[in-house]
Ligand binder design. Structure first.
Ligand SMILES: [Zn+2]
Length: 414
């Protein structure tokens, strides 16, 4: 063995071991940041799947669906008003080919009557409220609701005004700076250093690189939020290749690279919250929430997912992600027992996936059952009766059990 290898190999081995050790125990090196809030359900562009994006109506609708976090973007008008708008140019949202910055607030056009939902081409959101709103009005309406404010333009006046509004409404701790560009983020941090920040694209890339090089445990991470669209969600429309197979491959590879349990756990132990966009409406999500548990769902459409149960019905939704699960009309019985308490028997369910069937001896005899899970967040909800072997139990065949603590009552309940 050459003398170089003689020293290099043990050194490399020690480095790998140290790196693994501190990856799992980051608190030995870093004091974790204690977050002022832990979002569970966020609304992308204020809930752009159900109402017109970034309007007060959309935000109120999202909050009524128990969202606890609003994601939005800001632009500045000619007369210096910070407005909530994703685009700099108004033509997609309003049909008027002008920049927000070229008009006074009072002269901003109404939004179109319907807007295509991001990540869901061909699907449109509508709403009664077509007005663009001031950021200040949103802060007044929801003073204690955490929000992520994304700045897309390198506009110092805009950044300065957002920073001042956040200070004025005493919400430094619950308002996150977001930007894809590090140069903009630098300005944001300078304007209000007390607001937590999320990763920019390049910082996200560096963190991944450090992770794979084993350096992550040894570098400092000033960001508090790691937000990403899960690759398999955005793959349908926004991956670069023309061949769908290549897009799918890119999504799978990107997902494999980013969604590392040890990475997310490491970040979370250091107080960085990993937030994933779990599902966009109508797109069938193939991935679950970011492991481990406190990850959030950042979605366009807080209420409705792949399957959409009638609005006027009393219904049950997933307690973890609010996907619709069943109509009250399909409830057969409330007197079942699950592994974690009471459970309901339903005639039919939606947004539910089924595992393989296996034979189990239940309180009421031998059955072939299959575990069922929420298609959106992959939480195991209960089981499906595939087959009952005793004639008195035959009525359960093809029916679904959902445990009560995985459901919430949704819509139309008094
Ligand atoms: Zn769910």
């Amino acid at each position: 063995m050459s003398p170089l290898l003689y020293y290099a190999l043990p050194a490399l081995g020690s480095y790998v071991m140290l790196s693994f050790f501190f990856l799992r125990r980051p608190r030995l090196l870093h004091t974790p940041w204690v977050p002022a809030f832990r979002p569970r359900l966020g609304a992308h562009r204020g809930g752009s799947g159900e109402r017109l994006e970034n309007t007060m109506e959309a935000m109120e609708n999202s909050m009524a669906q128990r969202a606890d976090f609003l994601e939005l973007d800001c632009q500045l008008t000619r007369d210096g008003v910070v407005v909530v708008s994703h685009d700099k140019n108004l033509s997609r949202q309003t049909g008027v080919n002008r920049d927000v910055g070229s008009l006074n607030f009072e002269d901003l056009p109404l939004l179109k009557e319907e807007l295509e939902v991001y990540f869901s081409p061909g699907h449109f959101a509508r709403g009664a409220d077509r007005h663009m709103m001031r950021l200040e009005d949103l802060f007044r309406r929801f003073p204690r609701t955490p929000m992520s404010v994304e700045v897309k333009e390198r506009n110092e006046e805009l950044i300065h005004k957002i920073a001042c509004l956040v200070r004025h409404y005493d919400r430094n701790e619950i308002t996150i700076w977001a930007s894809e560009k590090s140069s903009i983020m630098k300005k944001c941090k300078a304007a209000n250093p007390e607001m937590p920040t999320s990763f920019t694209l390049s910082r996200g890339f560096w963190v991944l690189l450090f992770y794979y090089l084993g350096l992550l445990p040894f570098i400092s991470i000033p960001e508090k939020f790691f937000m990403c669209f899960l690759p398999t969600i955005i793959n349908r429309t926004y991956f670069p290749f023309s061949h769908p197979g290549l897009n799918q491959l890119a999504a799978v590879v990107a997902k494999w690279l980013i969604m590392r349990k040890s990475l997310i756990q490491h970040l979370q132990q250091r107080g960085v919250q990993a937030l994933g966009s779990l599902c966009s409406p109508w797109a069938a999500p193939r991935v679950g929430p970011l492991p481990p548990a406190p990850a959030m769902v950042r979605i366009s459409k807080p209420k409705t997912f792949q399957a959409y149960l009638d609005d006027c019905h009393r219904r049950y939704s997933c307690a973890h992600c609010r996907a619709h699960l069943a109509n009250h009309d399909d409830l057969i019985s409330k007197s079942f027992q699950g592994s974690q308490g009471r459970a309901y028997l339903f005639n039919s369910v939606v947004n539910v996936g089924c595992g393989p069937a296996e034979e189990r001896v239940l309180l009421t005899g031998l059955h072939a059952v299959a575990d069922i899970h929420c298609e959106n967040c992959k939480t195991t909800l209960g089981w499906k009766y595939e087959q009952a072997f005793e004639s008195s139990q035959k009525y359960k065949e093809g029916k679904y059990i959902i445990e009560l603590n995985h459901m919430i009552k949704d819509n139309g309940w008094d």
